[in-house]
Design a protein around this ligand. Structure first.
Ligand SMILES: [Zn+2]
Length: 301
């Protein structure tokens, strides 16, 4: 073979290889994932990166407790490989949705391994589902998400693990920051009123007492007697932090504000992220926003 000929063959095979590898990269289909609500959807996006396409069922500023699944949700689920849910009874509509579709993929319960909070409500013992409100639990969610993605796409597992590690470092740093901000608030002042009992895990992790006229779910109605009791407690204990939630009806808190003379400190993110461009568009941002409002309001400044 002449030198020129072998050079030409070499170049041609190099070009062929380049084309093949670039088309292979281009053609690799993304993992199709569905997340039940916006906070979890963001976490899956962070761990999955460019390799995962995430569809979220309950979107920004929307209430998962009272959500009614739509036909489009069943369609999305029938095309998905992996379905991420919070669990702990948060998605009361999930079984109905799964039964109405031909979903054959993997279901991952993101809260697996969390030390759950049990509490009594209207004479019944129930599990508090809002585990993401403790950043320590957020780390468990990230691990469970990475494990789930590795199961459905083992080849991409090193990337998922790398993304999860970087994300976990961010979450841990924020956890330290939240602890520092709260430790600067005198212990007796660490009391906050919100619409429903969404911050039990936050309270337990960071040493804050959260009180709410509504229970664990926004489905429960606050009784007049409960509201009167809460108003008396706010006045008696001099609570200064009163907040509405981004996905709950603000009217009850507004009424409590009027009756106690406590100014509403703003809107915090409870069970959903904000729209993009607002201050709580990611799990990290929602936590930063919440602590930036909660800490000064508790101190009464
Ligand atoms: Zn809730």
């Amino acid at each position: 073979m002449s030198y020129l000929k072998s050079l030409l063959i070499g170049s041609a095979s190099l070009i062929a290889c380049t084309l093949l590898s670039s088309s292979a990269t281009w053609a690799t289909p993304k993992v199709r994932a569905v997340a039940s609500f916006s906070i979890l959807g963001d976490m899956v996006s962070r761990v999955g990166g460019d390799l995962v396409e995430v569809t979220t069922i309950v979107g920004a500023n929307a209430d998962t407790h009272v959500y009614e699944p739509k036909p489009a949700d069943a369609v999305a689920l029938s095309h998905t490989q992996i379905f991420f849910v919070n669990g702990l009874g948060f998605e009361g509509w999930m079984d109905r949705l799964v039964q109405s579709t031909v979903f054959k993929g993997t279901t991952v319960t993101a809260s697996t391994g969390v030390k759950t909070r049990r509490m009594e409500e209207d004479g019944q013992e129930i599990t508090d589902p809002h585990a993401w409100q403790n950043l320590g639990n957020g780390l468990l969610y990230v691990k469970n998400i990475a494990d789930g993605l590795c199961r459905v796409e083992p080849e991409a597992c090193p990337t998922f693990r790398k993304n999860a590690a970087a994300y976990s470092t961010e979450i841990s740093a924020l956890d330290t920051e939240v602890k520092e901000r709260i430790s600067a608030v005198p212990e007796a002042k660490r009391k906050v009123i919100t619409t429903h009992d969404a911050f039990g895990y936050f309270g337990a992790a960071y040493g804050v007492t959260f009180l709410a006229p509504e229970g664990i779910s926004t489905e429960s109605e606050a009784s007049a007697a409960d509201v009167a009791k809460l108003i008396a407690q706010i006045k008696r204990e001099g609570v200064t932090a009163l907040f509405v939630e981004n996905m709950s009806d603000p009217r009850l808190i507004e009424q409590i504000g009027k009756e106690t003379g406590v100014k509403i400190g703003g809107e915090i993110y409870a069970d959903a992220l904000s729209e993009k461009g607002q201050r709580g568009a990611t799990y990290i941002e929602m936590f930063k926003h919440n602590i930036s409002l909660l800490a000064p309001a508790m101190s009464g400044s």
